[in-house]
Design a binder for this molecule. Structure first.
Ligand SMILES: Nc1nc2c(ncn2[C@@H]2O[C@H](COP(=O)(O)OP(=O)(O)O)[C@@H](O)[C@H]2O)c(=O)[nH]1
Ligand SMILES: [Mg+2]
Length: 237
């Protein structure tokens, strides 16, 4: 595999994206960083470009899965133009800032072929907030029911995928269902998934109305992704 290409989907991260891009770019194995600005209303695009990322912008907000798809298409386009083989993919949330430098441990197992997809598990977060685990519980139960895999942090967005794992998970599930569906689809293709502890800190959604709205949207998308893959949570057993 020809190194690692990072894809950073984000919205309204002008204050954080520069530090995130700098930290990811500094990883030895990372050959390019593509930021997808998903209809931000702040200076996210300018900040990402100033930090040296290749930026693709959605004029209107289309959700995280669409942003990832746009980012991977851009990576493949750049590789084809340069005559390079497809790199492994590193999906990175835009709000990790300097802590994104800890992502190196995610790439090792994919590059040495011992896993097809790695998922970062995060330590306790310094910032306050967070939900009451409803969405996490839903995703964990659904993934376990469909695949037998018990995920510690089923919604973690930091993942490294081999080109084959990405193909197996395509087309990606919509919106916030993308992480849950990635795990189910990669496992169902007979590929290997590994959770790897990673010293990351991100902005945690709060308990205000904005945070609750975010979690309601997450719940809907995770539920849809699981039902579309055959889980019937309303039936027992
Ligand atoms: N593509 C895309 N990314 C988003 C959107 N909203 C948030 N994000 C990004 O998704 C990541 C996680 O979002 P965040 O608000 O931190 O949620 P939390 O970590 O689940 O509490 C961050 O990198 C955000 O910039 C969106 O509408 N579209
Ligand atoms: Mg966050």
């Amino acid at each position: 595999m020809a190194g690692v290409a990072a894809v950073v989907p984000c919205k309204d991260e002008a204050d954080r994206i520069g530090a995130t891009v700098a930290a990811v770019s500094a990883l030895d194995v990372v050959t390019r960083v593509v930021v997808v600005d998903d209809g931000s209303s702040d200076g996210t695009t300018a900040a990402a470009e100033a930090a040296g990322a290749d930026v693709v912008r959605h004029p209107v907000n289309r959700g995280k899965a669409a942003a990832l798809r746009t980012g991977v298409a851009r990576v493949r386009e750049l590789e084809a133009a340069a005559g390079e083989a497809p790199a492994a993919l590193l999906f990175v949330d835009g709000d990790l800032q300097e802590t994104a430098s800890a992502l190196g441990v995610l790439t090792d197992a994919v590059l040495d072929g011992s896993a097809d997809m790695t998922i970062a598990t995060l330590p306790a977060q310094i910032t306050a907030g967070g939900g009451r685990g409803l969405v996490v519980g839903l995703a964990r139960r659904g993934i376990e029911h469909l695949t037998g895999f018990r995920a510690v942090q089923p919604l973690s967005g930091m993942r490294c995928l081999s080109p084959g794992a990405y193909e197996a998970a395509s087309p990606l599930a919509r919106g916030w269902g993308v992480e849950t569906a990635l795990t189910v689809d990669v496992l169902r293709a007979g590929l290997r998934v590994l959770e790897v502890p990673c010293e990351l800190q991100h902005r945690v959604s709060g308990r205000d109305w904005r945070g609750q709205l975010h979690r309601a949207g997450q719940y809907r998308d995770v539920w849809l992704a699981l039902v579309r893959r055959g889980w019937r949570p309303w039936q027992r057993g």
